[in-house]
Design a protein around this ligand. Structure first.
Ligand SMILES: NC(=O)c1ccc[n+]([C@@H]2O[C@H](COP(=O)([O-])OP(=O)(O)OC[C@H]3O[C@@H](n4cnc5c(N)ncnc54)[C@H](OP(=O)(O)O)[C@@H]3O)[C@@H](O)[C@H]2O)c1
Length: 301
């Protein structure tokens, strides 16, 4: 059972709960937490807090109060969600609704992570926060329902942070899959008609921890965050191989040449002006962050 308490000798202590510690983002927040000795972190994983059991989850919060809750946990298996819609809805919607009520009751700050998949992917310019949502698959629908529950319950000091194409040195992700396949094969077909922006989970984790003390809003606020720039999966794969010295030929293919149970948005670039302006942020270009991740993986020393 993983439940780590970093209790530090501070009188003005901020007590922060992080869910989904074994995930990409949760892992990076845990790594960065050591830089924030004035916070007391409670990290939970599936063993400590199984979010599919809502009754047990409610019990977990009894007698506990957190100054801030960072919800990194989610049902993220986009294709599997098509056949596990109830489970995906429990974790991405019903649990999130419960969390919003707890945050409201306890006057906790709430940072909830959402996704570019809430949009239909038909835009021709980067999505802004109040663009209409139209999720295409079960994963996107359940994440969108989670957002709506927060907006309706309306706890103050809450932000919903939509991100896209997350990768890190942890878990399964596109970068690690490409590194493996690039070494196994001489050539690969990679989709070029889906365009978005990769996000290094460490950058996102760093932003979340930086902005927590600055969150001060009466109603929940939506924000978009990814790294800077735009790429197709094809461009992303080319950059991974180039920066890690892998000689694997990459051929552009269309989405219909790689059918999946859930459809993916063709365009999911997020406009980040709001978060940059409100919190005075500078965001790294996606290739620079990719290089940092490859370094963390020991790939481009
Ligand atoms: N990955 C992306 O490309 C992407 C893109 C846009 C938005 N997002 C959003 O960003 C956030 C973080 O994503 P991520 O990439 O860090 O996801 P991730 O690596 O898949 O991590 C999700 C975490 O949720 C945990 N979880 C799942 N079911 C659970 C349950 N029943 N009880 C407790 N914990 C459970 C998982 O636990 P286990 O490790 O035990 O499975 C995992 O640690 C999520 O809200 C996701 O929707 C991700």
């Amino acid at each position: 059972m993983l439940q780590i308490y970093l209790i530090l000798e501070q009188t003005n202590m901020n007590n922060i709960l992080v869910t989904g510690t074994n995930g990409q983002l949760g892992h990076e927040i845990q790594n960065l937490s050591l830089k924030y000795p004035h916070y007391s972190f409670t990290f939970t994983d599936r063993t400590a807090l199984d979010l599919s059991d809502l009754r047990a989850t409610e019990d977990f919060f009894k007698g506990k109060r957190f100054d801030a809750i960072i919800n990194c946990a989610a049902y993220t298996a986009v294709d599997k969600a098509e056949s596990e819609d109830e489970l995906a809805d429990t974790i991405n919607h019903r649990f999130v609704s419960m969390l919003a009520k707890i945050a409201k009751r306890d006057d906790s700050k709430l940072i909830h992570i959402s996704t570019d998949y809430v949009f239909n992917g038909q835009s021709h310019r980067p999505y802004i926060e109040n663009d209409p949502t139209e999720p295409q698959g079960i994963y996107g629908k359940t994440k969108c329902a989670g957002e709506k529950a927060i907006l309706e319950i309306s706890p103050k000091n809450t932000i919903i942070l939509r991100t896209s194409w997350v990768y890190s040195a942890y878990g399964n992700n596109f970068v690690k899959t490409m590194l493996r396949l690039g070494r196994e094969r001489n050539s690969l077909g990679v989709i070029f008609d889906q365009v978005g922006t990769p996000t290094y989970a460490r950058d996102l984790a760093s932003v979340i921890l930086e902005i927590i003390p600055k969150i001060d809003n009466q109603a929940p606020e939506l924000y978009h965050y990814s790294n800077e720039g735009v790429a197709s999966w094809y461009d992303f794969a080319k950059a991974i191989f180039e920066l890690s010295g892998i000689t694997c030929e990459v051929n552009p293919i269309n989405t219909d040449q790689y059918p999946t149970p859930a459809s993916r948005p063709h365009y999911s670039v997020l406009n980040k002006s709001k978060i940059k302006n409100d919190f005075n942020l500078t965001i790294a270009y996606w290739r620079d962050s990719l290089q940092s991740c490859l370094k963390a993986l020991g790939e481009n020393e």
